[in-house]
Design a protein around this ligand. Structure first.
Ligand SMILES: [Mg+2]
Length: 201
């Protein structure tokens, strides 16, 4: 078997516990538009999904159905709320040291359905941006997770054939496997270091 060349990290729910914050911000901007969003609905239908796909589904399921564009117009307000609540992103204290160690041995990437403009300021604020060789965001591919495209793009950018993927969502796990990579399932960012230690020795 080829030796492992790279480690690809999903962002939301793997590097940082952001999903409850994303949900709260979307709920806040969607409520005045008459679309309630609960954590239960978000957890079961929206995690790991590109924001545009999430809003298309919500617009279609609304009673009466809504115009998708009118919901996407709320994205800048949601993004601003999210950034305001994430000025000091609560990364795991051990993360920076762990990434520095891994980067001596492997190429590293973040592969997310979130926009790079949402992710990168958080990586910079957390002091970990420099450990990643590339960042694939939702705007970089036409077909989002669960399609393999985001992970295949990361591999192409880094010129690697083997990679270990860390994912928390069903769509993300399916995406990593469809790209032909081994996937470790992360239930919370606090598990990350232990899972990697166990897998890599
Ligand atoms: Mg995730």
């Amino acid at each position: 078997m080829c030796p492992l060349q790279a480690i690809f990290f999903d962002f939301d729910g793997v590097l940082l516990d952001t999903e409850p914050v994303h949900c709260a911000c979307w709920a806040e901007v969607l409520a005045p538009a008459g679309l309630p969003l609960t954590w239960e609905y978000y957890r079961d239908h929206c995690i790991g999904i590109d924001d545009r796909d999430m809003l298309r589904t919500m617009a279609r399921q609304a009673d009466p159905p809504r115009d998708w564009d009118s919901l996407w117009a709320l994205y800048p307000a949601k993004k601003q709320l999210f950034q305001a609540r994430m000025t000091a992103p609560p990364f795991e204290p051990s993360l920076a040291g762990m990434l520095a160690g891994l980067h001596r041995q492997f190429k590293l990437a973040v592969v997310s359905s979130s926009s790079c403009t949402e992710i990168e300021p958080l990586l910079v604020a957390g002091g970990i941006w420099q450990h990643f060789d590339t960042i694939v965001g939702g705007g970089d591919v036409n077909r989002h997770k669960p399609a393999p495209d985001p992970y295949l793009l990361a591999a192409a950018r880094l010129g690697v054939e083997t990679a270990l993927v860390l994912e928390d969502s069903a769509a993300g796990i399916a995406s990593g496997r469809a790209a032909g990579f081994e996937v470790l399932i992360v239930r919370h960012p606090s598990e990350l270091a232990g899972l990697l230690r166990q897998r890599l020795g």
